[in-house]
Design a protein around this ligand. Structure first.
Ligand code: NAD
Length: 310
């Protein structure tokens, strides 16, 4: 495994991060025992960063991750989130944040998280995030409940606006750097570097689209994007390779982020990530896949408040 430093935090995160949303049955019902074995295998293989949220499976992912990490908490870096508690349930107030974090710590069976992230800030008024949420998160940091704090979201505009307005330690961006997009590289990475903010890239498989499986029901991608991804997956199969493996490798190679969070819930998921990490990228295949994905490259769907769209 390789490790990279997350901005100014000094945290040395594994290049492969364990995204725990699938532990909350977000991508379909899982076998909880297998989920636990996946977490343990990941740790044994050197994966030291785990990300979760109370939103994933409405606290189920935190419960399961907490159980799986029992006795191993000190071997890993852990992030959870605050502000999003359901599909349309948002509350970024200082009061809700405090009670939210207490609940997360209880479920995760720990008394601190390494990174606390304000979850999907495009659903909030940016001025509340700047004036109320971040200061409340800093107070939790002073109390030792979070070592570092940051923000997450889909559109880049609010992430950039908040990061310019108030100091944050980390930014988690998803679906903006993978085989279907590179906007994170041109728009977010230069700012993050100039401010020494650590970057976390999430959803290297575009939330399941860049795989041989069908994406989940709730997947927001437009029809043309699904079709293009299917074409790319079929092309890879015909040529003896796997789209998901190439997609993961492509992201693991991206040096401007400390880590890439892959959603995993089985030992096979972990092994496939490790295999992708060990396989050399095939530039010829990546170019060919690019042809399939070009018509939908850097195409984004709407998420959050109108004023927060890119
Ligand atoms: P992803 O792109 O990692 O895709 C996950 C899906 O791909 C799951 O169905 C998983 O079973 C499957 N998968 C995993 N490895 C595979 C492989 N090798 N081959 C084929 N299929 C494979 O999407 P994600 O889970 O949404 O993102 C990863 C993590 O990033 C999340 O679990 C979460 O921790 C974090 N995240 C955070 C935010 C946010 O804060 N707003 C948003 C998205 C993701």
């Amino acid at each position: 495994m390789q490790y990279r430093t997350l901005g100014r935090t000094g945290l040395q995160l594994s290049v492969i991060g364990f995204g725990a949303s699938p532990l909350g049955d977000v991508f379909g019902t899982i076998d909880p025992g297998e989920g636990e074995r996946a977490v343990r295998l990941a740790i044994d293989e050197g994966i030291n960063y785990f990300d979760v949220s109370p939103y994933y499976g409405l606290t189920l992912a935190e419960e399961r991750l907490g159980a799986a990490l029992q006795g191993r908490r000190s071997n890993v870096f852990l992030s959870t989130k605050c502000g999003r508690y359901g599909t349309s349930e948002f509350n970024f107030s200082a009061d809700r944040l405090r009670s939210g974090v207490e609940g997360s710590l209880r479920r995760l069976r720990t008394d601190y998280v390494d990174i606390l992230l304000a979850h999907d800030i495009e659903f909030a008024d940016a001025e509340q995030i700047i004036g109320e949420t971040i200061p409340a998160m800093r107070r939790l940091q002073e109390q030792g409940k979070a070592r570092f704090i940051g923000i997450t979201g889909y559109p880049l505009k609010p992430l950039i606006h908040v990061a310019r307005s108030v100091p944050v330690d980390a930014i988690l961006s998803y679906c903006h750097y993978n085989l279907l997009a590179d906007a994170m590289d041109s728009m977010l990475a230069p700012l993050a570097e100039s401010l020494e903010i650590g970057l976390i890239n999430a959803s290297p498989l575009q939330m399941g689209l860049l795989t041989d499986q069908e994406p989940p029901e709730w997947h927001p991608a437009p029809k043309e994007m699904r079709k293009a991804a299917k074409g790319a997956a079929a092309y890879c199969r015909q040529h003896g390779s796997e789209l998901s493996e190439l997609a993961l490798r492509f992201c693991f190679d991206y040096p401007r982020v400390a880590t890439t969070l892959v959603g995993m819930s089985s030992q096979e998921d972990v092994r496939r990530s490790l295999r992708a990490f060990e396989t050399l990228a095939d530039p010829q295949m990546i170019r060919q896949i690019g042809v399939f994905l070009a018509p939908v490259f850097n195409r984004f769907w709407a998420s959050g408040r109108e004023e927060n769209q890119d």
